[in-house]
Write a protein that binds this ligand. Sequence first.
Ligand code: NAD
Ligand code: UD1
Length: 337
Amino acid sequence: MSILVTGGAGYIGSHTCLELLNAGHDVVVIDNLDNSKEESLNRVQQLTHKKLKFYHNDLLDVTAVRRIFKENRINSVIHFAGLKAVGESNQIPLRYYHNNITATLILCAVMSEFNVFNLVFSSSATVYGDPARVPVTEDFPFGPTNPYGRTKYMIELILRDLYASNPLWNIVLLRYFNPVGAHTSGRIGEDPNGIPNNLFPYITQVAVGKLESLSVFGNNYPTHDGTGVRDYIHVVDLAIGHLKALQKLKENPGVVAYNLGTGRGYSVLDVIHTFEKASGIQIPYKIVDRRPGDAASCYADPGKAKQELGWSAAKGLHDMCADSWRWQSDNPDGYED
Ligand code: NAD
Ligand code: UD1
């Protein structure tokens, strides 16, 4: 029996494929390589000395998706595939709604056809929007503030309706906080297109000399040093969370949501200083205006995942910085090298 990983060539998907292979699972990947390179999967196979099966297809192509289920005995699906850039989602919302939601509808319809009812879905802390207080628990009200976030929120609702219509479904919704870092080998990591929007890839590109200096978006937030506070989580911890979610599916949990975060919030300045220690490189930065739409502080209460999945993050901020830096410095142009 195989695990189908949609979006498996991407950042979190590739790290999860590696952990799945190491744990002895058979892995089938579908990815249209819209935001990734097949090289990530080549490296996963090199690192694990195991093979996976790759379909270079779009989830919107129902014929291709059916073929994958016909050709493989799929037991469970981990659904990463989606577009994820917040700014872009404001500019081209229809593409985001179509790609993220329609693709999920097609995937679930084909799963039903083939009697596959086990699903782990990549949701996001973005469904909470700007939380009224921290730490954030899973029962907080939803308040996504952009089309990307609304696709995650809507998909969560759709999956709940699906379960209500047929209790054979088992669905784990994983709400990631801020995934960062890379595999400790330095062979796989995050490879964003163009100038990064997110803090970690921006810092590593400054460190490697591709960008001049970091803009810190605001230092007048009500946080310990005035800069924004987030719950950064190492991508390898996150990947392991997916293996725990697969275990959970075996208990027939219905639909259940978990925050995947460390439970610790770090400010932008905390990250800069830790990165400088981990890499030995100074990061030039300047304070600029706040970025519209940013929350002051957002971090998880990961207690439910600990209690019900037996999962908690093992790696700290220093590991996240050291591993991001190893990946970036060994692969200055990502998978192009
Ligand atoms: P990513 O862009 O690296 O990976 C997503 C993959 O999906 C890419 O390889 C892309 O080519 C593929 N894809 C997109 N649309 C597809 C389609 N229609 N058919 C087939 N493949 C398609 O992103 P990631 O950081 O690995 O994120 C994985 C998932 O986790 C996404 O759903 C994202 O929204 C969610 N998430 C990410 C973060 C984050 O900060 N990285 C935070 C919260 C949630
Ligand atoms: C952003 C998205 C969120 C998405 C997440 C994915 C927005 C408003 N939110 O979250 O929906 O799920 O990415 O990882 O885009 N910062 C700087 N300078 C920079 C970049 C970031 O100071 O060049 C600050 C931000 O203000 C924030 C922190 O660093 O305080 C983290 O930013 P980022 O990595 O973009 O993540 P989020 O804003 O949490």
